[in-house]
Design a binder for this molecule. Structure first.
Ligand SMILES: Nc1ncnc2c1ncn2[C@@H]1O[C@H](COP(=O)(O)OP(=O)(O)O)[C@@H](O)[C@H]1O
Ligand code: SF4
Ligand SMILES: [Mg+2]
Length: 376
């Protein structure tokens, strides 16, 4: 059972030894931010601006939607980094750049030390295989006219070296088994499955090429609450089994906590706070994180009574015209003059620098302070 997957690390090693990947001999940096493990992915100052144009005959650029505007983070081998933020803050755009569905306007995405935004041809193809995406909506992301077998096996058309033609059916059946579906369903069509089962198909497709990194863009947001936990547990189990690294995107902090080692909070194209799950959930220092946490459901009624709800006023500003200085200042209850003048850097705030406290983690706020929002 699950031959391709279970032997995948060896298969991958052989494949790489044979020179099929041109990423070459890399020096893998070790980063304390990822728990001391190998850093598999380094994202630096990533930017994606979509041009805004005017005119029909001669289209003139009149501005840009700053969907992602300077995002940096590291992802460790075997680690899960959760990325959280309201709709429209740029999460999917980051995801698409990581899997090369979008070309960055600026910045670097280094996979094992090599900037993949600068690769092309065979070298790019080899790297692409190792970074796969699971999409948000299993209802629209699976082609309704293809059988499940063809959907899951489609990546082998581009990478026949992973599964020669004669072995593909068997491999797809193994993948179905790995994601908890009956291998006999191979000839069925997507409409014959429930939402949760469809997302399992999407996950099987993401695993087909034995990747090292899975970028999961809100993989459970379109599913019933009762099914969400099952899919998250499946992803959790697969990570252990195949030593995958996850970038797990969600708009809800409560969903990523269970699965994430670290969490980054995004607002209007930037990361405003990033740290371990304890640092973010129990010692948040950025007002936006504190506001998001105050909206997370608390099951215990006594705890619920004692927690403070922070209701943000105002709408999220347009990414075509973000506020000067701190982008959160138009909704921040602590905003002062300095917040309009100076962009706060994502770093350990000066008040916590050199202090041995979980509050001493990266937070882009001039007036960062601890506020335990969720009772623990
Ligand atoms: N192809 C595009 N052209 C123009 N604007 C876009 C495009 N894709 C996304 N955007 C805009 O970029 C911003 C970030 O979008 P997105 O990354 O999808 O956010 P999220 O996934 O966090 O909801 C939004 O304002 C969105 O409207
Ligand atoms: S820098 Fe100012 S506006 Fe931004 S989050 Fe901190 S206090 Fe609020
Ligand atoms: Mg999205």
């Amino acid at each position: 059972m699950a031959e391709i997957i279970r032997t995948s690390p060896h298969a991958r090693a052989e494949h790489e030894e044979a020179g099929a990947t041109e990423a070459g001999a890399w020096a893998v940096p070790v980063d304390p931010a990822t728990g001391g493990g190998e850093t598999i992915l380094e994202v630096r100052d990533l930017v994606k601006h979509y041009p805004l144009t005017q005119g029909i005959m001669r289209r003139k650029q009149v501005g840009a939607v700053k969907a992602v505007d300077g995002v940096s983070f590291d992802l460790g081998a075997g680690e899960t980094l959760g990325i959280v933020g309201e709709s429209g803050c740029g999460k999917s755009t980051v995801a698409k750049m990581l899997v090369q569905l979008e070309q960055p306007t600026a910045g670097a995405i280094r996979y094992k030390g090599e900037d993949i935004t600068k690769l092309s041809g065979r070298a790019l193809k080899a790297v692409r295989r190792n970074i796969q995406m699971v999409f948000q909506d299993p209802y629209t992301s699976l082609n309704p006219r293809m059988t499940v077998g063809d959907i899951i096996g489609e990546p082998y058309e581009i990478h026949p070296e992973v599964a020669p033609k004669g072995s593909r059916r068997r491999k797809v059946q193994d993948l179905l088994d790995v994601v908890g579906l009956n291998p006999e369903y191979i000839n069925r069509y997507p409409h014959q499955f429930s939402g949760g089962q469809r997302q399992r198909i999407g996950i099987a497709r993401g695993l087909a090429l034995n990747p090292e990194i899975i970028v999961a863009d809100e993989p459970v947001s379109a599913l019933d609450v009762s099914v969400q936990a099952q899919v998250i547990n499946l992803l959790d189990g697969l990570q252990q089994e195949f030593n995958l690294s996850y970038l797990f995107i969600a708009h809800d902090l409560s969903i990523v906590r269970h699965i994430s080692d670290r969490v980054g909070v995004m607002y209007l194209g930037r990361i405003v706070e990033i740290g371990t799950d304890t640092e973010i959930y129990e010692h948040p220092t950025h007002p936006y994180t504190q506001a998001l946490l105050s909206a997370v459901p608390v099951p215990d009624p006594t705890a619920r009574e004692h927690r403070e709800r922070i209701i943000l006023t105002g709408d999220v500003p347009s990414p075509a015209n973000p506020p000067s200085g701190c982008r959160f200042r138009t909704r921040c209850w602590k905003a002062q003059e300095r917040c309009a003048q100076e962009v706060p850097l994502l770093a350990v705030p000066s008040v916590f620098r050199g202090v041995d406290t979980p509050a001493a983690h990266d937070s882009a706020c001039h007036f960062a302070e601890e506020k335990a929002v969720v009772p623990h």
